[in-house]
Design a protein around this ligand. Sequence first.
Ligand SMILES: [Ca+2]
Ligand SMILES: [Ca+2]
Ligand SMILES: [Ca+2]
Ligand SMILES: [Ca+2]
Length: 454
Amino acid sequence: MRTSKIRPALTAAALALTTLTGVASTAWAAPEPGRYAAAVYCDAKGGLAAGTLTRADIMARGKAWVSANVSYSQEACHGDAAGRQYRTDCSGFVAMAWGLSSSPDTASFYGSSSRWSDIGWSDLQPGDAAVRRNATKGHIVLFVSWTSSAHTAINTYEEYDTGIGTIAKTRTLSSMKEAGFKPIRYTGIKQDSAPPVRYVQLTSMDDLDGDGGRELLTVHTGDAGGRLWRYPYRVAAAGFGTRLDLGTNWDTMTELANLGRTASNPYPDLVAVERATGQLWLYPGRSQGFGTRRLIGNGGWSAMSNLTSMGDLDGDGYPEMLAVDATGTLWQYHGSAAGFDTRTSLGTNWDSMNSLTNLGDLNGDGTTDLGAVETATGKLWLYPGRRMNGFGTRVLIGNGGWTNMREIEGAGDLDQDGHPDLLAIDPTGILWLYPGSGTGGFGTRRQIGGGWNS
Ligand SMILES: [Ca+2]
Ligand SMILES: [Ca+2]
Ligand SMILES: [Ca+2]
Ligand SMILES: [Ca+2]
């Protein structure tokens, strides 16, 4: 039911600006949705129980109203496919998409509830929402997707205004923040079954085959016997060349780490812990793969995690390595011709972090830096290296969401622009390159592979 009400001129002008320039206006057209909420009762027939709708289901429900361009009115109801009735304004639309038992207003969506929770902007996934509520004004939109990997604008579905109805729209993140939007998540979303983890132990290596490009090692758990693959990076092609099979049974090993070159070998060595015995083995680099392994650490290494080579920190020709023990102490192992000799404690509470990785000299001060994800927050931190003296005060380099990544690995200067880079596999199996900026952060990430979950 469309009304014949004429929109205020400001609203029409703001919409025209939005349409022509693609810049979302902050002059929000949607009037106060809560004012008349009590006046109209829309029977949602109990809604859909929590845990019923997947993100794909929520997007399909939202799209149904967009496709029908359901008219905007705070005093009318419209049904979902099963005839559950929701108020035809911005908050009624999101209530419908989420299958709620009623149509809350934006004040309710902005407030706390067991049915939804605040999330970070970088956590947004399809079917989440963003809500604003200032004094008596409010609006809420359904998040569809980011417009690009730069994450500067989002695509939405929203019940927009009188005469416009339910539409798909694009809004810049800056305008949303300025207008006071915050992202929220329905707590009743049914989790999609996670895609199988096929590639694990992402390990960036120095050049093995002498073509100048770095290598990426990974264990494939999906084919017979845990195959180790080497992916040669081709700088000119900005991607990986044909992978090479380096043998089976690598799923019996864990904590693979690139030791890098030592004074004893022109090719980079690999270390790994044998799950069954807790022994630490060194695999000497050869021109295409690795030679016969050598035992360098008797049992007990299965209690260690986050083995991370930091390169040769004291200049004696042998790389140092970090590892976290079961109590959360971070140890630095001093490299030697035999493997490692002494170790030094670099501090406690490292069991609150995960995905430790050698970032190279990411901040450009001449020393190798460490990256780590804070498990509780999903934030990525840079620990500026102080050679043999541990690390300086940590610096935040990635807001939340990094715990969602399946694998994170400092990649050295993969694209050879002079700055070290980072690789990560996201939950959908996309391999991302985060190019180091040279000043302690990353430029816009680039997708350099897909299917890393198959
Ligand atoms: Ca190479
Ligand atoms: Ca050393
Ligand atoms: Ca540094
Ligand atoms: Ca680079």
